[in-house]
Design a protein around this ligand. Structure first.
Ligand code: IVH
Length: 692
């Protein structure tokens, strides 16, 4: 018999192609030519077409599936995807080491700790689940607890094995890592967009995030994303983190070759210094170094503080600075009427992105820095932070530079601008100013609110100008046909946006409340308010989410300032803001109108109201002010919550502690006046880390 059995040949081709894929995308050591690969790939496609019964879901031909309808399903992570504490500078690395040693009960002359040093990849964190050897689900990090199921898109990433090379330990396996877009792929994508006369992407990281959340996997497949894995969930009988890298490699996952185990903090600092410049030559962007305690037993002993492990930290490279020209200053009016001056600069590449605009904060800052239009300026961008103009290069002036002042009137509606005594912000006082309306609607549709993907500034402006959207509820009455009539929105995008609106009809109550944009109510207060409502009005057994949401809305509309001040975390000013919102004839029915338009809150399960956590800060209200070295603001608030306490945003007589960081200002003064106990960062850390 000369003819090969099709089933045998198909299996042979799959092995050959999988192996070629692994060598090319994971090991970076190809053994067959692209042409050879293409020929074999074609042969397999033809074979599977001729013998459909031979198809398998894991075949290399099956990486690109059909477009996703509507939004991505939510995924609750079995083990939360945490973030990392930060270390800026080598002193803070030594502080980290000191905390680790203290936590492990090591004396100064005991042996140094073994650390694993890894490059911090600037991409998108994902989780990959395998059952047996098969890849079954890929999810984004989301908020750490719940992410999005983006399996069809991740299947197209060639560095992700669809089938493991060995049997994994256990029936199920979860691996985490960072998908990223290699510099070359990003440059090629922008070159293509430029040829097509379309707007370019500013940076690889955001493009990666957008690519992973594409509706059409074919688009994701065309973008050439790649992956480094850095975490195996569960110990699987291993003793060290570095051993888990060996296992990951054997299973077929890409592990960054620059991972290194070092002994002691001096060697960590050596690694950091080695990569400070060398990182620029890598094929991917990095924004720091991740340092992890190698011993898994020690990791276990150290545990976690709020949302971050004590056994790891992220060293951040110093902010990058460049010079460019300040071409123009424009004033933006936000949803509260705040007028913010923004610098338009000659585009420059800094910190991994092309920057065109940078915030100037307010007029006092512009005067303090003596910035003039036409100046050569130093611009800085650190990590995720909004780019900032640091200073003017005075020596570069030639006399043509022009001093700038805040306009006397709102640039959008022309109402005379106001600046109140003691405030740094200038405001447009007109509540009907279109800029405020658009700002409010964008807040509503944005991440902290209904999180409607693709409903950005340009579309919102058109919707408001055409009077299709006057208030939040109107967003939920838009359909694909109406959207397709907008300028610069094709049929396909209109359908995607309509799907995103559909998917946003159900959101946690806190998000919906936050989206309303009630004066003084931020994300935390909205969560506090939602928690209170969930406890006050437990959901009935047979009650629908919509029914529960309506009862909640009724209750809110009746809430008095006295009721609201009872809510832990809510002070007098905030309570008044809420009561005024639900008392004002224009806004009192805003929530009800949303419900009428088909929005509902995800109701907590019957009998399971959000229980306050029992911990060292139970029943205590804390306000954080100023900059803390070891916590971002959300991290500090999460630490307070995890310890059972309540983070609040304003100081009142009900505040138990004020946590004062660097540059604490008026809140510190107020707390001192009221006799509130003040904590510095170390005292705060000791308190939240105390075992309950
Ligand atoms: S470890 C509990 N390792 O950085 C440990 N993270 O700030 C969690 N990241 O969400 C993460 N490279 O997106 C780890 N080698 C690396 C990393 C890394 C990039 C990202 C990841 C994570 C964030 C933490």
């Amino acid at each position: 018999m000369t003819e090969t059995d099709p089933a045998v040949r198909a299996a042979e081709l799959r092995t050959l192609l999988d192996d070629a894929n692994h060598r090319y995308h994971v090991l970076d050591a190809p053994t067959i030519s692209d042409r050879e690969y293409d020929l074999r790939f074609r042969e397999l496609v033809d074979l599977e077409a001729a013998h459909p019964e031979l198809g398998t879901p894991d075949s290399p031909t099956q990486r690109v599936g059909a477009p996703v309808e509507g939004g991505f399903p939510s995924v609750r992570h079995a083990v939360p995807m945490l973030s990392l504490g930060n270390a800026f500078g080598t002193d803070e690395l030594r502080d980290f080491d000191a905390r680790v040693r203290k936590g492990l009960g090591l004396a100064a002359d005991d042996t140094p700790v073994d650390y694993v040093c890894e490059l911090k990849i600037d991409g998108l964190a994902i989780s990959l689940r395998y059952e047996g050897r098969r890849f079954v689900r890929g999810a984004t990090r989301g908020d750490g607890t719940t992410g999005e199921d983006v399996t069809p898109n991740l299947r197209t990433v060639r560095a992700i094995p669809l089938v493991l090379k060995e049997d994994p330990p256990g029936d199920e396996l979860e691996v985490r890592g960072e998908v990223y877009m290699p510099r070359g792929a990003f440059a090629a994508l922008n070159e293509q967009l430029e040829r097509e006369g379309r707007p370019l992407y500013a940076n690889a990281r955001n493009t990666t995030a957008g690519t992973v959340r594409q509706k059409d996997p074919a688009v994701t497949a065309s973008r050439r994303l790649s992956l480094w894995t850095y975490q195996l969930v569960g110990a699987h009988g291993l003793a060290t983190h570095s051993e888990s890298f060996d296992l990951l490699r054997r299973l077929g996952f890409p592990v960054n070759p620059n991972v290194r185990v070092v002994r002691g903090v001096d060697a960590v600092i050596g690694y950091v210094e080695e990569w400070a410049e060398a990182r620029r030559d890598l094929e991917y962007e990095t924004d720091g170094i991740v340092i992890k305690v190698d011993s898994l037993a020690d990791q276990e002993r150290l545990g976690f503080v709020s949302r971050a492990p004590r056994w790891a930290t992220a060293y951040k490279f110093p902010a990058e600075q460049v010079t460019t020209k300040l071409e123009e200053i424009e004033v933006y009016v936000g949803r509260t009427g705040a007028m913010t001056p923004v610098a338009h600069v000659t585009p420059v590449f800094v910190g991994g992105t092309t920057v065109r605009n940078a915030t100037l904060h307010n007029i006092d800052e512009i005067r303090r820095k003596d910035l003039r239009v036409g100046d050569t300026v130093v611009l800085q961008r650190a990590g995720d932070v909004i780019p900032e103009v640091v200073s003017a290069v005075v020596d570069a002036r030639d006399g043509t530079e022009v001093a700038w002042d805040m306009p006397a009137a709102c640039p959008v509606c022309g109402t005379e601008a106001l600046r109140e005594e003691g405030e740094v912000v200038t405001r447009c006082p007109n509540p009907y100013c279109p800029a405020q309306r658009i700002g409010g609607l964008l807040h509503f549709s944005g991440r902290g609110g209904m999180d409607i993907d693709g409903l950005g500034y340009k579309i919102m402006v058109q919707l408001v100008e055409r009077e299709l959207v006057k208030e939040p509820a109107d967003v939920f009455r838009l359909d694909a046909d109406t959207l397709a009539d907008l300028d610069r929105l094709g049929r396909k995008s209109a359908e995607n946006l309509s799907g995103a609106i559909e998917a946003a009809r159900r959101r946690p109550l806190g998000k919906i409340i936050n989206g309303l944009g009630i004066r003084h109510v931020g994300e935390q207060t909205a969560i506090d308010l939602a928690g209170w409502l969930a406890r006050e009005l437990p959901r009935e057994n047979d009650e629908s989410d919509a029914g529960w949401t309506r009862r909640v809305a009724d209750r809110l509309r009746e809430a008095t300032v006295e009721d609201l001040t009872e809510v832990s975390g809510i002070g007098g000013v905030v309570a008044e803001g809420i009561a005024r919102f639900f008392g004002d004839e224009h806004t009192r029915d805003a929530l009800h109108r949303l419900l009428d338009a088909g929005v509902e809150a995800e109701a907590p399960l019957a009998g399971a109201p959000a229980e306050p956590v029992d911990g060292p800060l139970s029943g205590k209200t804390l306000v954080v002010t100023g900059t803390l070295a070891g916590f971002t603001r959300p991290e500090a608030e999460a630490a307070i919550r995890a310890a059972g306490g309540h983070p609040a945003s304003s100081v009142s007589a009900k505040t138990d502690y004020l946590v004062a960081g660097d540059k604490a200002g008026s809140k510190l003064a107020k707390a001192e006046k009221l006799g509130v106990t003040i904590l510095d960062e170390d005292q705060f850390r000791n308190l939240v880390e105390e075992k309950s």
